[in-house]
Design a protein around this ligand. Structure first.
Ligand code: GTB
Length: 215
């Protein structure tokens, strides 16, 4: 059964692969599962048909037969559990890889999103420059801690896993800032993720949506 995911009809990121369908596309590409994409407008996301799939009226969603999922953490975990390639066989290594998925979503992503929101919504405010260091500091703290843990390793815990997939997509959200450059091993880590053929295929697929919409 070919799964169907939803993605923005018109992604505000203009094809930079920052919208969260990118994680799901990448996971499906890593495990070699073909998928269909249903593009939705901002209006359609808020309508009952889409809310039946996603209570918060967002993308992405994932449908596979009778199963409908939302939340990228749950979707990527589901894909990784069903197909070889994203989680180790060894039970302890598997638990650690899952831990990194949670760390990406619960510990790394929130301060990065706070920084993004400050930039998007507050940069025209008189107090923005004063507040910025307070929003940047938690991001730097987390990046420093992650950088120390990664050290010289290629991936967070042995072979590439769903934990790395999630972490790379979260760190990519800093693309617009130069913060990641302060941590060369993290920049190299993200570049390693982006160089994976599965990432490239996923990236090109979402970029094609943007290109076609301009077409
Ligand atoms: N926790 C959920 C998950 O992980 O699945 C979050 C899902 C989510 O935030 N979806 C966003 C959405 O549907 C799209 S990805 N937003 C519409 C809405 O809430 O009404 C977030 C996103 C959007 C745009 C950019 N960008 O332009 O760079 C980056 C990320």
């Amino acid at each position: 059964m070919i799964p169907t995911i939803t993605a923005f009809e018109n992604s505000p990121d203009r094809g930079e692969g920052q919208a969260r369908d990118m994680r799901v596309r990448w996971a499906l590409e890593e495990v070699g599962v073909p998928y269909d994409v249903r593009l939705v407008s901002f209006r359609e996301m808020k309508e009952p048909a889409h809310r039946a799939l996603h209570p918060f009226g967002q993308i992405p969603t994932y449908e596979e037969g009778d199963l409908a999922l939302f939340e990228t953490g749950a979707i990527v975990f589901h894909i990784a559990q069903r197909h070889a390639g994203l989680l180790p066989e060894n039970a302890n290594a598997r638990a650690r890889a899952i831990t990194w998925m949670f760390a990406a979503l619960n510990t790394m992503e929130p301060p990065i999103v706070d920084l993004e929101i400050a930039f998007l919504l507050e940069r025209d405010k008189a107090w923005y420059e004063q507040r910025l260091p307070m929003v940047e500091a938690p991001v730097r703290d987390r990046l420093g801690q992650l950088s120390r843990r990664l050290g010289n390793a290629d991936w967070l815990d042995g072979a590439f896993s769903a934990g790395d997939l999630m972490m790379v997509t979260v760190l990519r959200r800093l693309d617009g800032s130069d913060m990641l450059d302060e941590y060369p091993n993290l920049s190299a880590y993200v570049a390693r993720g982006e160089a994976r053929p599965a990432f490239r295929r996923a990236f090109d697929a979402q970029l094609a949506v943007f290109t076609a919409s301009k077409g």
